[in-house]
Ligand binder design. Structure first.
Ligand code: V47
Ligand code: SF4
Length: 382
């Protein structure tokens, strides 16, 4: 028995006790054990284990980056039932589609801002093709070469590549050559086919999503992975989803961060499904941190979770917050997120992290440290 074990409380339940021992001894937990944590693990129990893992990996460091979003269109050929964003058919009058110059105007708006990343994500528009987006990447690269371009979910890429009649490897190489550096984690939802059939029947399936990320990893690119939770999925489906990601990560090591996304129920075809509770949200973050032992980072996306809940998540395994200055994304405000105008100044974010007694660190997309805030005083801090 280790020193850590002796100094930590262990529960009565033998199964839970064994899981705690494994976590303290830095051993991987099994799928069955993850399921058991979902079924039996109290918030305090999973929370303290996850916090142990988080501090072993990162201490108090809590990362954030300065990025802005470009959303080329909210028109989408797909019909995901949880989506409040797509406007191709039902609300055609509210659809937008941006041209290359309009998107470059967004980029130029940030010319004098210390942003390090642009995140491009949107619906799947039938007319916006691989060549169009390659041109956008080239223009951004030319205009601001040091800006990291993270763009396009596997759903958008799958459509672009198929339409251009390119293999995944060819399409990915083409976009990489044009300036694409990493992929966001969207579109994963829940991999299990039974759930996918109910919530997003017509877009790329689990195998397609994983193949796109594996291909990117093999080309030396880094990517993120999400999981949309808190709707019709069972605990088994969550574990299955995380297992597939953990397995791919074992093979490639290309994932940076895992981002659980809480299902929000406003204005979509799944509005009758109640949203998950805060306790369930925090349990999920904690179990993800414990199970996904080969993912370096666990991220909370505060525009969707809400500022205070994101702050709380820093004690349940999360070491990374996304959504900083003037984050203009609409996908969550349209789905009923806590944050109707999701933008926060860097100073606000630093204060929020410090209030949770953590250490704010500004990072680049690939987790290079840009500024360690240490104990530097801020003008408006109380
Ligand atoms: O795949 C759509 C989700 C995702 C709803 O990689 C919803 O750094 C909740 O993936 N309730 C796209 N979620 C956004 C995304 C993302 C966001 C921030 C950072 C990163 C990253 C990736 O948004 C979709 C879907 O899972 N979503 N509708 C909804 N009603
Ligand atoms: Fe389209 Fe994405 Fe909405 Fe699905 S979640 S309908 S792929 S914009």
């Amino acid at each position: 028995m280790t020193t850590v074990l002796e100094t930590h409380f262990l529960p009565e339940d033998t199964d839970l006790k064994n899981i705690a021992r494994k976590v303290y001894d830095n051993q991987r937990i099994t799928d069955e054990e993850a399921l058991l944590l979902f079924e039996k693990g109290s918030l305090g129990f999973v929370g303290s284990l996850a916090n142990f893992v988080r501090e072993r990996l990162h201490g108090d460091a809590t990362y954030f980056n300065r990025n802005f979003h470009i959303e080329p269109t909210n028109a989408c050929i797909y019909t995901c039932n949880f989506c409040s964003y797509s406007r191709l058919y039902a609300h055609r009058d509210e659809a937008w589609e941006l041209g290359l110059e309009q998107m470059m105007d967004i980029v130029k708006k940030y010319d004098n801002e210390p942003v390090t990343e642009v995140h491009i994500v949107g619906g799947v528009h039938p007319k916006m093709n691989l060549e169009f987006f390659a041109e956008l990447l080239r223009k951004i690269r030319e205009h601001r070469p040091e800006l990291h371009i993270k763009g396009f979910t596997a759903v958008e890429l799958d459509y672009m590549f198929r339409k251009a009649k390119k293999t995944v490897a060819e399409g990915m190489q083409y976009l990489k050559d044009a300036g694409l550096e990493s992929l966001p984690g969207g579109g994963a939802e829940i991999f299990a086919p039974g759930v996918r059939e109910q919530i997003c029947p017509d877009k790329v399936d689990a195998e397609g999503w994983l193949k796109i990320h594996e291909t990117a990893h093999n080309l030396g690119m880094h990517t993120n992975a999400t999981m949309l939770y808190g709707h019709v999925e069972r605990f088994e489906d969550r574990v299955d989803h995380m297992r597939r990601l953990r397995e791919l990560q074992d093979r490639t090591g290309g994932f940076n961060t895992f981002i659980p996304l809480k299902f929000r129920n406003k204005d979509n075809d799944m509005s009758h499904i109640p949203e998950s509770t805060l306790v369930e949200d925090m349990r999920l973050y904690a179990i993800a941190r414990i199970y996904m032992d080969n993912f370096p980072h666990l991220k909370a996306y505060w525009p969707m979770l809400g500022r205070q809940n994101a702050q709380l998540s820093l004690s349940f395994g999360v070491n990374d917050l996304d959504g900083t200055i003037d984050d203009t994304t609409k996908i969550y405000s349209m789905a009923g997120s806590e944050e109707q105008t999701p933008s926060m100044s860097t100073e606000d974010l630093v204060i929020l992290i410090r209030q949770a007694k953590r250490k704010p660190v500004e990072r680049g997309t690939l987790y290079n440290v840009i500024k360690d805030y240490g104990t530097e005083e801020l003008v408006h801090e109380q």
